[in-house]
Write a protein that binds this ligand. Sequence first.
Ligand SMILES: [Zn+2]
Length: 497
Amino acid sequence: MLTLVWAELALPDAHSVPQTRFGVLVEGSRILETGSYDALRERHPSVAVVGGEGLLLMPAMVDSHDHGRGLGSASLGVPDDLLEIWLPGLWNQPVIDPYLAAAYDGLRLLRSGVGVVAHSHNPRDWRNMAAEAELTLRGYADAGIRVAFHPPIVDQNQLVYADLEGFLAQLPSDLRAQALPFANAAPLERADYFALCAELFARYHDPQQHNVHIQVSPAGGQWCSDELIVAAVEFARQHGTRVQMHMLETQYQRAYAARCWRTTFVRHLDEIGALGPWMTLAHMVWADAGDFALLAERGVAVAHNPSSNLRLRSGVADVPGLIKAGVTLGIGLDGHALDEDQDYLRELRLAWTLANRPGSASPTISAQQLFRMATSGGVATTFGAHAPLGRIAPGLLADLVLVDWNAVRGVWFAPWADPFEALLRRATASCVTHVMIGGRWTVRDAHSTTLDEAAIVAAIRSELAMQSDPTRRPHALVARALAPYLRQFYAAWEETK
Ligand SMILES: [Zn+2]
């Protein structure tokens, strides 16, 4: 079964010049041929054709770090704050069924031109993570999006970093008693975690069609002991998969590393043998140029999360520094886009704008460099450098996006203007018209072909309506009461400038 997809304008990858009247011949799940649409049409006169004038063709993009929560935390009544204060707010949120959350996120990401999502799981119930994993994977599969799934594990510092006793001593006694359960060090035994990962890996990991990758995730450096991180790396290397961790998201995490080891987190991870081409680190706001050089040398990838870093008051990652060092980069929404809409194209616009910093000495970061982070860089960050995705070329998997180019170029588009810049400056998810993943159309005319999105939304609404009594969420009140004490605790960790 052959399909010929074409557009007036195409951006086959971040490095090629834009192509006009460009065609892609798709057979099954792969790209068979690319080139002049007119020539392909002449040689294959009877194949099905999708595309046309006024459209732009590009590879599907990659959301390199996300959580599949379904709804943003603002809609669930958890206000943005410092990460360390916001996280306890997630305790005892209303529960969205993992299938519905993943299906809804998958549909919205596809509609914004994303074909791969890295899902860092937020367990509703740690003891039930095997069932949650299956539901999540089914939700993404039914939506039609590829997923790198990584169940998390933590074994320390859940309530505060390093000095739990000192923190608890500051609390009034009744709040101390309420807070203690959240300091529980090990919600899941290490052996049970790796048994779960091994089982998921055996059942779902798919290195041929790349529909699902199973990876491991010691959730963050400060939340995991060195032994746990090293065990996760060993698991990944034995299974030929990847590790994804949150890393250096906040200045308090950098301060934690300095207190523990009198060095940077990155150098410490290197000392314990954790850094290598199997590793992806999300956020990396509080790293320095020396760290970047080491990451590049070890082949570590970084997932950049600009909206989330702004909303949780973490800061702005040094993308020009990472690019200069040669670090492999992807971009992730982290479930926390500025507009809570999982609009990946708008996130690219924010990332591009923030990457161009004030001052004559700051380098100019081009739209192509950001496009690369969204496509081939995102694939390398999420699935590894050799996955056959992220570009439009013969032999690769057919993950294609058609964008309403007329809507993007607007009133007038100068012949000398750069289409990469136009895409990044002006496009949003509303401009995405068609999306093909692995040769299968998942979005046609801006609507999902896989699931009934209205029915998914209705199911989420009715599930949440049954949980609308605030008195049944006492942990959320504890989190709110803890906020001023957490703020005071971490104030002492801040660097003086
Ligand atoms: Zn995250």
